[in-house]
Design a protein around this ligand. Structure first.
Ligand code: NAP
Length: 244
């Protein structure tokens, strides 16, 4: 089993879905201190069933000012973070190109992109200063193969991927790519690429379904731990395919 050195503090942005619970469990088992964030206190409280010692905060991560207040509170409570695992998602679509609604775009922009932009800006200095700073998102195979009915979704995910690669560039330029005084690469940002997620509840509800090509949430949790443990120079700026 992988053990992460130095008890890193890892913030899971959007931690209350099955993928968040699986990621929190995997990170806790690997020795990380997990900070869970979501908007629903009852769902956050249930994470205590997943592993001991998870601390949780309620914050609308789509609201930049709220995120800045939350970051200040977390720094006061427990200091800087080492990892930011972004899991806020959601899907809207249908209706073909002309039918892509402003309401759906607003939802996807807020959930998929604004939450990532706000959190990565608020915690960028932490990740850069850490011995092993990490940022990951979970993107979609739809970016490379968009559909007309999912045009907004693919565009929002493409924006999130581009932002993540820009963060990776920032990390590289500040560390191994510095011309005057290069340092070893310590921080890394990457995007996991999946088709869809599956968990035990979905399997129980659909016992005859194969879920071909889906990624089990436990495999996502394990992949996050491996990403945290990997050499930063090897994983910074990468897209990591994950599929069953
Ligand atoms: N599910 C799939 O099949 C699939 C497919 C491709 C890619 N992905 C990506 O994989 C990642 C995880 O997927 P998922 O389905 O587990 O995600 P999700 O359920 O859509 O979102 C994860 C959590 O984010 C929280 N959240 C929503 N809005 C928030 C906000 N404004 N501020 C703070 N927290 C917020 C929700 O918790 P609260 O209720 O507590 O707010 C939710 O439990 C996402 O990036 C998703 O786009 C998923």
């Amino acid at each position: 089993m992988t053990v992460l050195p130095n008890n890193p503090t890892v913030l899971i942005a959007g931690a209350t879905s099955p993928s968040g619970a699986a990621t929190a469990a995997a990170l806790s088992a690997a020795g990380a201190s997990v900070v869970a964030v979501g908007t629903n206190p009852a769902r956050l409280n249930k994470l205590s069933e997943v592993a001991e010692g998870i601390t949780s905060y309620v914050c609308d991560l789509a609201d930049a000012e709220e995120v800045d207040r939350f970051a200040a509170q977390l720094h006061t409570d427990s200091g800087p973070i080492d990892g930011l695992i972004h899991l806020v998602g959601g899907w809207r679509g249908g209706g073909g190109i002309a039918g892509q609604s402003d309401e759906d775009w607003d939802f996807l922009h807020r959930h998929v992109f604004a939450t990532l932009r706000n959190t990565s800006r608020a915690f960028y200095a932490d990740l850069l200063a850490s011995d092993a700073g990490r940022l990951s998102i979970v993107s979609s195979t739809a970016v490379a193969k968009p559909t007309a009915s999912g045009a907004h979704y693919a565009a929002a995910k493409a924006a999130a991927e581009a932002w993540t690669m820009a963060v990776a560039n920032g990390f590289r330029r500040a560390q191994s790519g510095r011309k005057d005084d290069p340092e070893p690469q310590r921080a890394a940002a990457a995007a996991f690429i999946i088709k869809a997620l599956v968990d035990d509840g979905m399997r129980q509800e659909n016992p005859d379904r194969a879920f071909a090509g889906y990624t089990d949430v436990r495999d996502l949790g394990d992949a996050v731990v491996q990403f945290m443990a990997a050499d930063a120079g090897d994983v910074n700026g990468t897209r990591i395919p994950l599929a069953e």
